[in-house]
Structures are given as structure tokens and as C-alpha cells.
Design a protein around this ligand. Structure first.
Ligand code: SF4
Ligand code: SF4
Length: 382
């Protein structure tokens, strides 16, 4: 095993291959507070990439309701149970306070002779996406009672492949069929090399590789790379009804730029956090945590930065830069690698210059009930 640096853990860790970061890394920020679980993203992906034979059960993008929703069943709970001692501490590093993960990653906890600590779902674990997970309480028959702890909250978690910096799928493949593109960090399965051993399915802690029984190969989210290559955001981003998503490029913390939207949200304002950073993959989809959920729950899910992120988000209305950048989400199909605020407007830019402007405050137009031009009366529906 090589030693590599994982900035999300604040330390070095063991990984099967030496550290090799791409020229630029595809990344995204999802705002969980805006997701309405409409599943438009799920269907946009399904109809684009997984409508073929053998792909019926595949959801490269899925949206589940936490705490009781999973796809596949128990994907996160099973691994959290297997990984013991997930503790964080605060340390001083080059004059700055950083969060340091004191527990073991899935690479460091791998059983003897294996590269990753993982588990393979059964077929039936994929059988019931979203069934019953939104119910606060089901029917209680004949005096029975709900015996689990009953939460008074829930939130929607949209998930795609994280195009991890240290992918477990890639490290586990005995054929070397999975690769990370040097030009954009997107992780792909070489369909010509894959022999269907499914080690990747077992290794990915997010369960975002799926086995196709018809082709005998594994398949996964490709980050809509033909769109990325044309300067466009993926399908699940541009079709998102809640405008919760922004795609872009992330730098390492030492190279963070305030005019890069992803760097600004992740490194500078620290409002967007990785999903289960303790697994050790340095995942590249970042989440603005839900503000209404107990932090004892979200801290385990998004790491020790939750309190700071929630506090910054709650104050966004008084923070024109942050509020402005959040309003760029879902405003264009194009990738927005640069941004700035100009007074009451936020400007999105790419290599070619300005591509859009969004007002900080949406204008409200109230039409008079009587239209003199057309000499008609209108009814304004509330
Ligand atoms: S989320 Fe899973 S499938 Fe995607 S790169 Fe990471 S380990 Fe691989
Ligand atoms: S389209 Fe957007 S709002 Fe709808 S479920 Fe997907 S992520 Fe949530």
C-alpha cells in the first residue's frame, strides 16, 4: 500500500496506488435544503443512460429520504457498523486549525488479503427504492407499536458517483478495468476489460457501481462526460427542479481560488461538506447539510464541519456573496468555472468571458387587475 494525503481527513492514509491527482477534478455541490425529492434528476439520468436491458434496477442518480431511505438497502449503515471508532480531533497544522480523523478508513481496515473493507448487496437489497421511506408512521395493527426511535424530521439526499480522488472501486479491481481520467478526474469502467468480478460493487461504500447481468460487466455514473467535454453540466444537474446542484472543478485546499464557485463553497466558506469523509475516498460531491436535522446525525454523515456550515447557511440572507453564489445554482446549462458579485448581481463566467447574470433579489411583478391596453380584467390566482 502507498501513503497518500487526504485533505478531508487532515492526514496521510494508506491506498493501493500512489497519489496521482488529475489536471483538474470534476466536483459538485448539492444543497440538501432545496431538494424536494421530485426525482426528475433520477429520471433524467435513467432515460439518458440506463434504459437498456440489464440496467432496469440501476439508478446512477438516486434520491433517498434519510434517515430511513437507502438504495440499496442499508448501504451506509452496514459499513458504518463494520468501521469502528470514527473519531475526529482538532489539530494545529501550519498555524491553522484542521479536523483530523483518528479512526481507520475502509482501506486501512481491509481484511488480510483484501484491498478494501466492503460488502456486496443481495439482489433483494435493490428491490424497494423509495418504498415507504417518506412515511412518518405506517399503519399500526392490533395494538402493535413502532418500536424504533421515531424521528420528527427527515431530509432528501440526492446521490451520484462521487468521482472520488481515491476511488475504492478502482483500487479493488483485479483486472485494472477502472480508471480515473487525467484530464477531469471522472472515474470510468472500461467495458472491454471488465470481466464482471464485481469487486468494485463490493468495494464502493456508496454502492454506485452496478453489475449488468446481461453484459456481464459493471457499469456506473459517467458524469455525463460528453456534456462536460462540451462545457455543459450533466443531465441530473440541468434538469433539477429544486436548483440544488452546481457542477465545477475543485482545487486542493492550498490552491483554492475565491473566484472558483466550488472552491469558494467548499474551502473558503466551508459550507459544503463531503459525504462520509471517514470512509477515506476524498469524494468530490459536496453537500450543504440540512439545517433542521439534529447535528448528532449530520455530523456522522458529513463530518465535523456541520455546525459551521449550518451557521453560515442560516446567515446567507445577510451575506450577499454567499446568497448570490447560491442563486447561480440551476441558472444555466453551461459549466460556470468562475464567478463574481457586482453590486446586486452575480456574474457567471467561463474561459470565453461572461455567460450569465443573476439578480440577488428576484423582481416581483404585480399586474393590475384591469389591463387598459387590452381592456380586460384579470384574476390573479394566489
Ligand atoms: S463513489 Fe464509488 S463508484 Fe464512484 S468513484 Fe467513488 S468508489 Fe468509485
Ligand atoms: S431534481 Fe433536484 S429537487 Fe428534484 S429530486 Fe432531484 S435533486 Fe431533488
Amino acid at each position: 500500500m502507498a501513503r497518500v494525503y487526504n485533505w478531508q481527513l487532515g492526514r496521510q492514509m494508506s491506498y493501493w496506488y500512489p497519489e496521482s491527482r488529475p489536471q483538474r477534478q470534476f466536483a459538485a455541490v448539492f444543497d440538501t435544503n432545496k431538494c424536494i425529492a421530485c426525482q426528475t434528476c433520477t429520471l433524467a439520468c435513467k432515460t439518458t443512460w440506463t434504459s437498456g436491458v440489464g440496467q432496469e434496477y440501476m439508478l446512477w442518480n438516486n434520491v433517498e429520504t434519510k434517515p430511513y431511505g437507502f438504495y440499496p438497502l442499508g448501504w451506509d449503515l452496514k459499513l458504518l457498523d463494520m468501521l469502528e471508532g470514527q473519531k475526529w480531533s482538532e489539530r494545529e497544522y501550519e498555524g491553522q486549525k484542521i479536523n483530523h480523523y483518528d479512526g481507520s478508513t475502509i482501506f486501512e481496515s481491509a481484511p488480510a488479503g483484501e484491498r478494501v473493507l466492503g460488502w456486496r448487496p443481495e439482489d433483494q437489497d435493490y428491490s424497494y427504492p423509495n418504498v415507504g421511506e417518506d412515511d412518518c408512521a405506517g399503519q399500526v395493527d392490533g395494538g402493535a407499536s413502532f418500536s424504533m426511535e421515531h424521528m420528527a424530521w427527515f431530509f432528501y439526499l440526492a446521490r451520484i458517483c462521487n468521482h472520488c480522488t481515491y476511488p475504492a472501486c478502482l483500487s479493488s479491481c483485479p483486472r485494472g478495468s477502472i480508471y480515473k481520467r487525467p484530464e477531469d478526474g471522472i472515474v470510468l469502467v472500461d467495458q472491454g476489460r471488465c470481466r464482471g468480478y464485481q469487486e468494485c460493487v463490493k468495494a464502493c461504500p456508496y454502492k454506485k457501481v452496478f453489475f449488468n447481468p446481461m453484459t456481464g460487466t459493471s457499469e456506473k455514473c459517467i458524469a455525463c462526460f460528453p456534456k462536460i467535454e462540451s462545457g455543459l453540466q450533466p443531465q441530473c444537474f440541468v434538469n433539477c427542479i429544486g436548483k440544488i446542484r452546481l457542477a465545477g472543478w475543485i482545487s486542493t485546499p492550498d490552491k483554492a481560488r475565491p473566484d472558483n464557485p466550488i472552491d469558494y463553497l467548499v474551502h473558503i466558506r466551508k459550507i459544503a461538506l463531503p459525504l462520509f469523509p471517514q470512509f477515506g475516498l476524498e469524494p468530490n460531491v459536496y453537500y450543504i447539510p440540512p439545517v433542521h436535522v439534529p447535528q448528532s446525525f449530520t455530523r456522522q454523515m458529513f463530518g465535523p464541519g456541520v455546525a459551521e456550515a449550518v451557521s453560515a447557511y442560516r446567515n446567507a440572507a445577510n451575506d450577499p456573496d454567499l446568497a448570490g453564489l447560491l442563486s447561480l445554482f440551476g441558472s444555466t446549462e453551461m459549466m460556470v468555472p468562475r464567478w463574481k458579485r457586482q453590486g446586486e448581481q452575480v456574474v457567471g463566467m467561463n474561459e470565453g468571458g461572461e455567460i450569465l447574470r443573476v439578480p440577488l433579489t428576484e423582481p416581483v411583478h404585480i399586474r393590475p387587475a384591469y389591463d387598459r391596453l387590452y381592456q380586460i380584467s384579470r384574476t390573479n390566482c394566489p
